[in-house]
Structures are given as C-alpha cells and as structure tokens.
Design a binder for this molecule. Structure first.
Ligand code: NDP
Length: 505
C-alpha cells in the first residue's frame, strides 16, 4: 500500500465526522444557537486540521443565558426530587445509548485514543448522573433538639444556591461537565458550563441529552469562549457559585474575582503527584500503575503521578520491565481501537511539553522515549513518544513542575521517612499512591502523605462514590461523593417555637 493512497484515505475519513457535530455553538434556553460571535476553528490534534468551527459567546448571549437560567431555576428548584432524579437517570441512559458517537467526538476534540474515550469519558459521566440522581432523591435536612423553652426545636433545610457556573479543562471535557453539573442539578440549581476553548463539542451533546430527558429550558446551558468569557461569568452578580477545573494560576484569578461578590468556589487544579513503590510491591502491578499514572490520555491527567519513587532494592528490575512495556505502547491513529497513545491536545501544548522533553536528558538519565514520531497520514499532529527519565536531584524542573504530558520522572529511595518527606516537598497536593504488600506500612504512609486523593496498590481510579480533590495549591473543595452535594447546596436553620415566649421586651 503506497503512502499517498493512505493519506488520501485518512483525509477522506476525517471528513466523515461532520454528522457528529452539534449544529450550533451555544446552548441557551433549551435550544442550540448557532451564534454570531467571533468564529474559531476546532482542530483535530491527530492531524492538526480543522474539523469544525464555533462562535464564542458575546455579551448579549451571556445575558440571555443568565436570564434563562434564572427562569429555569425557579421551575427546577420547585420540581419534586423524584422527578429531578428521573431526568438525571434518563440523561445517563441517553449518554450510554450514544456512547460511541460522543466518544468519537471526544476523540476528535481531544485527540485521546478512542480505546479510552469509549470506556471512560462518557460512561463515567453517565455513572455520575446516576449516582447524583440517587443522592438528590434522598437529600434531606435534620431535625434538631435543644434545651429551649417549652419544647422548642429546630430543623435544617438543604437548599440550592441558585445559578452555578462550571468552567472546564480540555482533558476530560464531558466527564468534567458531568462531574460539575450532575450534583448541581441534583440539588436544584441552574447550571451554565463553559468548556475549554479547545474542546467545545461534547458539552453541547450533554445539553441535548438533558433537554431530551425532560430538563426544563434554561436549567443547563453551554456558552463557548476563552478565559475572557469565563471571567465574565465568574464576575457576574447573579452567579452564586463557580467550579473550575484548570491550572493553579487560573484558580488564583477566579478566587480573586469571586471574592468581589463572595461566591462559593470549588477549584480542581494542577498537580505533581508522587507514586511510591516499596521493595515488597508486586512488580508487574506496580509497573502497570506507574504507566497508567503517566501515559494514560498521553499524560494529560491532573492526578498523574509524575514523580515515581522506586526502592533501591528493586530499581533495576522495575526499570527493565517499565521500559520494555513503555516502548511497546502503540501510538498512532486515535480512532483505531488498538491505539494506546494519541497526540497531545494542541499545538500550543505540544510546544510546552516538547520544551520539557528536549531539556529532560540534561536533567537526568534518559531511559526511553521523548522523540517526536512521524505517523503516516497524521504528519500534522502533535505527537510525542512516552518518555522516562531517571533523576538524582528532586529539585530539577521535570521533578518539580507540572508538564502535563507523557514524561515519567523516576527517582529512587531507601528510607520510608525520607521518601515521605520528599513526596510531600511540593506546593501541590492533588494525589498520591503507594505500592506495597505490607498492610500497616500502606496505611501509615498514606496517612502521612499530603494529598487529597490517594491509592494503595492502584492508581488513577476515580469511582464517583469517592470524593475527589486536592490539598494545598491543588484545589479547594471536593467533587464526587456525598461531599459534592454540600458543594452545591446551602443549609437553612429553622427555629420552631412551640409556645409563647417569656416576655423580655
Ligand atoms: P486552564 O486553567 O488554562 O483553563 C481551564 C479553563 O479556565 C478553560 O476553560 C479556560 O478557558 C478557563 N479560563 C482561563 N482563564 C480564565 C479566567 N481568568 N477566568 C475564568 N476562566 C478562565 O487549564 P487547561 O485547560 O490548560 O487544563 C490543564 C490544567 O487543568 C492542568 O493544570 C491540570 O492539572 C488541570 N486539571 C485539573 C484537574 C483536577 O481535577 N484537579 C483535572 C483536569 C485538569 P480557555 O480554554 O479558553 O483558556
């Protein structure tokens, strides 16, 4: 088969995706709106070619969305809990039914291998909707007794906040939209989502699914745009809460802006997480965990453990297995279900990550990878091969800074106290993991790690039932689990007098 024939075949194939694209840019007041704001191309990271265009929301559209959200909120907050739960469950059913189509769209937007988006991105969104349908249906306040006069007592009501805004990153667009909107809607809020500018489409598919499931108009809306659109939503007086997934620097800006109107804020930010592999670990499991923690989604996962600390006693064996399995990873056409590694998400991100990869061999010993491969038929894409570098000094940039690409930094240790201190020596605190078969050591070490989300003998598994979020500069608040219901509701305390007061006035 000659190359030019292949290239023609790939180009023809990329044109086949137009049926997946929603016919509009914003989703306002129950309708897809084509929009007339600035036009921006949407790029398939595997080819570097545009496969769609969206209009960014302008000020009138933001105002329309806020008005519609206010109206929708008045209806939704008074909708019976069981009815709300039915709508969330039906949305989940629709997402599952459309899994392949939305997964393909997600792969086009992000470049992530279809092998991943087919089993994780949309399915985890559906699981989230199902979980919060159940949580929302049983939410309640408390009856409170106290030693008041004449048997007075109190109770609490869990009430929604109002209009909530979600601002997403580009690595898990649909999952992020679900993690934020499902608990918000379960609590009776209205929700406006701004996707990352690189990945605008799947949130529109979610909006269509909510609408088709019976969600009242205005309760879930999507506005496209860059950070400036996000900033306008954050500053808006009628917005009660903002939840961001993004970089720590963006979190700082949002927190500052939200302070002006005393908004409730949840921040899911960056990380530089540690994975500690003790000498008694199951080696094959630990190697698999380290790979998952660095190369899944081409290394573009916030909770990734990019600092892998391996005990001296098993270092050589660990490295041999790790390198052997890493070089065998299949990189290429993201729509081929055999492919394990897709491209990076954008030209700009490629520039940032390759700058780190180019410099990495000067900071440690290169064990494998880091090249920019030429993939036939995908020459314009943003490809890098997963890289492993052994580092002796924890202070070098690749061991300290968030690269957000497939770069595993390997460090060694021989003492438990020392490795815990080194693992904690970062301003981030999103996640951490350990591999050991020593039961007491596992729990002892986890208790000492400064991270909000931890794993023992596993990595990067995020069931919806467990809260997710960071310590230190990795964030504020939690998504998922019952805690997310607290993040999207407020408690009203009610004092009930059972008889006349003793007159003091
Ligand atoms: P950014 O912080 O650049 O962007 C996140 C979102 O915020 C985007 O929608 C962006 O718009 C928007 N935004 C940017 N500036 C502002 C502003 N001033 N006001 C309001 N909104 C703004 O992050 P990335 O999209 O580059 O995502 C990568 C980062 O996200 C990494 O640091 C990663 O660790 C983190 N992340 C954290 C996760 C977690 O759960 N803790 C999960 C996934 C990623 P635009 O796209 O137009 O720039």
């Amino acid at each position: 088969m000659c190359f030019s024939w292949l290239a023609v075949k790939k180009m023809a194939k990329s044109k086949q995706w137009s049926h997946l694209l929603p016919k509009g840019s914003q989703f306002i007041d129950g309708k897809l709106v084509s929009g007339d704001g600035d036009t921006h191309e949407v790029i398939y990271p595997a080819t570097g070619e545009a496969f769609g265009t969206v209009h960014w929301a302008h000020d009138d559209e933001i105002a329309q969305a806020i008005d519609a959200a206010q109206k929708g909120y008045e209806i939704w907050r008074n909708t019976p809990l069981a009815e709300r739960a039915d709508i969330l469950r039906e949305t989940a059913r629709l997402l599952r039914e459309q899994n392949r189509e939305i997964a393909e769209l997600e792969t086009l937007d992000t470049g992530k291998a279809l092998q991943e988006t087919l089993v994780v991105d949309i399915i985890s969104g559906a699981q989230c909707l199902e979980y919060f349908a159940a949580q929302g249906a049983v939410q309640s306040g408390e009856q409170v007794s106290f030693s008041g006069e004449a048997g007075d007592w109190g109770y609490t009501r869990r009430e929604p906040l109002g209009i909530c805004v979600g601002i997403g990153a580009w690595n898990y667009p649909l999952q992020i939209a679900c993690w934020k909107s499902a608990p918000a809607l379960a609590c009776g809020n209205a929700f406006i989502f701004k996707p990352a500018e690189l990945t605008p489409y799947s949130a529109l598919r979610l909006a269509q699914a909510y609408r088709d499931a019976g969600l009242p108009d205005g309760v879930f809306q999507v506005l496209q745009g860059d950070g400036a659109v996000g900033a306008k939503l954050v500053a808006h007086r009628q917005v009660a809460k903002v939840s961001l997934t993004g970089e720590t620097a963006t979190g700082t800006k949002i927190l500052k802006s939200a302070a002006d109107t005393i908004k409730n804020v949840t921040l899911e930010l960056g990380g530089k997480s540690p994975l500690i592999i003790f000498e008694d670990a199951d080696l094959d499991e630990a190697v698999g965990g380290a790979m998952l923690a660095n190369f899944y989604s081409t290394g573009q996962v916030c909770s990734n453990a990019t600092r892998v600390f391996v005990h001296e006693a098993i270092k050589d064996k660990f490295i041999n297995k790790l390198v052997e399995r890493t070089v065998a990873l299949k990189i290429g056409d993201p729509m081929d279900e055999e492919t394990q590694v897709g491209p990076l998400a954008s030209a700009q991100h490629f520039k940032k990550v390759t700058a780190y990869l180019d410099d990495a061999p000067k900071q440690g010993k290169l064990l494998c990878g880091g090249e920019v491969p030429r993939i036939e038929g995908f020459e314009g894409g943003y490809w890098v091969r997963p890289m492993i570098v052994e580092v002796e000094d924890d202070r070098v940039p690749i061991a300290r800074e968030e690269v957000f690409g497939p770069l595993l930094t390997l460090l060694t240790f021989s003492d438990e106290d020392d490795v815990v201190n080194r693992a904690n020596a970062t301003g981030y605190g999103l996640a951490a993991g350990i591999y050991t078969n020593d039961l007491t050591r596992a729990h002892r070490v986890i208790a000492r790690l400064q991270a909000g989300t931890c794993w023992i003998n596993a990595y990067n598994l995020t069931p919806i039932e467990l809260p997710f979020g960071g310590y230190k500069q990795s964030g504020i608040g939690r998504e998922n689990g019952k805690q997310a219901m607290d993040a999207y509701s407020q408690i009203k305390s009610v004092y009930v007098a059972m008889g006349p007061r003793v007159r003091t006035y």
